[in-house]
Write a protein that binds this ligand. Structure first.
Ligand code: G6P
Length: 467
């Protein structure tokens, strides 16, 4: 079996410490579990003179090759272009993008550096799978070095329509460079179709079918591959933990209050401020629920040196303080706001204790919290998921979730009440519809589908609806 070389900016726990609990880490582990391979990426360290060669290591049965970045690399490539330009634009927030040519050239320089290091490791039969917006031009740099390997790219975040992509200066060198991959995968058919339109409008491409393009004699395939979760493991973890001390303590601290939960990285795309407004409106409109609900908002921080994230930090802290001050009393705190991150097992436990899961992003590629919340529920007494229509996950969960528009405070406040008061039979029926989807489209199926599409030469593949 050929080796699988996975490339992503973040790699799981390269230098010890807490394993990265994000969806990408789980997904890549699922892909590397059953075959020889290697995971290449940033070490998470900034060093003045990064080594020319990547550092090799082995952890938990997975081989890693990691590299440090210089502080200019970190500023220009990671904080600058990836997170102050690509992240907002791909999340439809052109207004927040802060473009500079210096950051763009840093992004290109680091991608070329990554390509040089991957090139040294690469053998002719290796299959390369690149993840996320940090590495869009990677295949272009690898092709320039003469590599003809099968190369796939998966975008974990949204891909907006061309009207928005065109706001990105020099977009052809970044977004357009994705055409050097053999397969470009997206979270939803909508993202895939946006990219297909972008390519067609750019011209110079031949469309060969629903999602195949002929670009300079090479065939580029597009596909939608909605990321799943490790459903079985999550269900088991939540079931097992229900008798743990952690749960006893959490439940004890709630008293008789019904718990609402939100788990999001501190990011403006997640709609945390609007959700807090909706919770306040719910308290204002429903006096009978005051003192009987407890909203736990778990929000680990990242990218804290970026101004837009600092503003958000302040805004959310102020709102939480305001709501607790205005509505709480000596024996009741309406919101518990926590900036710490928890292990997946602890999260499964917390989700299971929560009567309502609040997932209200303004825009999200998929949102795995929504899926993990559902998988963690007690089938005999499940909680209710409130889900934004702008999360990719809505396609899989719309039959069971209360779908809301995160731009409407009144609608969200009404959904909170509806969720808290929903009869058991309706909760069970909604849960069953969602868990069925999560069981059949889990993380292993996702990795297998992507790799199958990448490795089978297009000539032998018949076009499916998915591709
Ligand atoms: C999103 C992105 C990931 C990224 C993660 C955390 O989920 O899709 O690529 O790793 O956010 O952000 P950070 O900037 O801390 O890596």
């Amino acid at each position: 079996m050929s080796r699988l070389i996975v490339v992503s900016n973040r790699v799981a726990a390269p230098t010890g410490g807490k394993p990265q609990a994000g969806g990408l880490a789980v997904a890549v582990h699922a892909a590397l579990k059953n075959r020889p391979g290697l995971w290449y990426g940033w070490s998470g360290r900034v060093a003045e003179n990064p080594d020319q060669r990547p550092q090799l290591m082995e952890r938990g049965g997975v081989s890693y090759a990691v590299t440090d970045l210089s502080s200019a690399d970190y500023q220009e490539y990671y904080s600058g272009f990836a997170n102050r330009v690509l992240w907002p634009i791909l999340h439809y927030r052109v207004d927040l993008a802060e473009f500079s040519r210096l950051d763009l050239s840093g992004y290109m320089r680091v991608n070329e550096w990554f390509a040089r290091q991957v090139s040294d490791i690469l053998e002719p039969d290796d299959v390369v799978w690149v993840h996320d917006y940090h590495m869009m031009p990677l295949a272009r740099f690898l092709r320039k070095r003469g590599h003809r390997n099968r190369m796939g790219f998966f975008l974990h975040i949204p891909l907006p329509p061309p009207e928005i992509l065109h706001a990105l200066p020099h977009h052809a060198d970044v977004v357009g460079a994705l055409t050097d991959f053999d397969l470009v995968g997206f979270q939803t058919p909508n993202d895939r179709d946006n990219f297909a339109r972008y390519l067609q409008e750019a011209g110079g491409v031949g469309r060969m079918g629903n999602s195949q393009f002929d670009i300079n004699g090479r065939r580029v395939q597009l596909g939608a591959f909605p990321v799943g979760i490790d459903t079985g493991t999550m269900m088991k973890a939540a079931r097992r933990a229900s008798a743990s001390r952690f749960v006893r303590e959490l439940k004890g601290s709630l008293g008789n209050a019904a718990m609402l939960v939100g788990v999001d990285r501190l990011d403006y795309s997640k709609g945390i401020a609007g959700r807090l407004d909706a919770y306040e409106r719910f308290l204002a409109e429903n006096p009978e629920w005051r003192g009987k609900v407890s909203y736990v908002q778990i929000t680990p921080k990242s990218r804290s040196d970026i101004p837009e994230y600092m503003d958000m930090d302040r805004q959310v802290s102020e709102k939480v303080g305001h709501i607790n001050g205005a509505w709480g009393d000596v024996s009741w705190t309406p919101i518990r706001y926590i900036n710490q991150s928890y292990s997946r097992t602890a999260l499964a436990t917390i989700y299971r204790c929560a009567r309502v899961g609040l997932v209200t992003p303004l825009r999200d590629g998929m949102n795995l919290v929504a899926k993990e919340y559902v998988a963690s529920q007690d089938p005999n007494d499940p909680g209710v998921l409130i889900l934004s229509r702008f999360a990719g996950a809505v396609r899989d969960l719309r039959e069971g979730a209360l779908v809301i528009n995160p731009h409407e405070t009144e609608g969200m406040a009404a959904a909170i009440r509806q969720a808290l008061e929903m009869p058991l039979e309706e909760r069970k029926a909604r849960y069953i519809r969602m868990i069925r989807v999560l069981r059949s489209q889990d993380i292993n199926a996702w990795a297998a589908d992507f790799l199958e599409a990448l490795e089978q030469p297009p000539a032998r593949r018949s076009l499916t609806n998915n591709l």
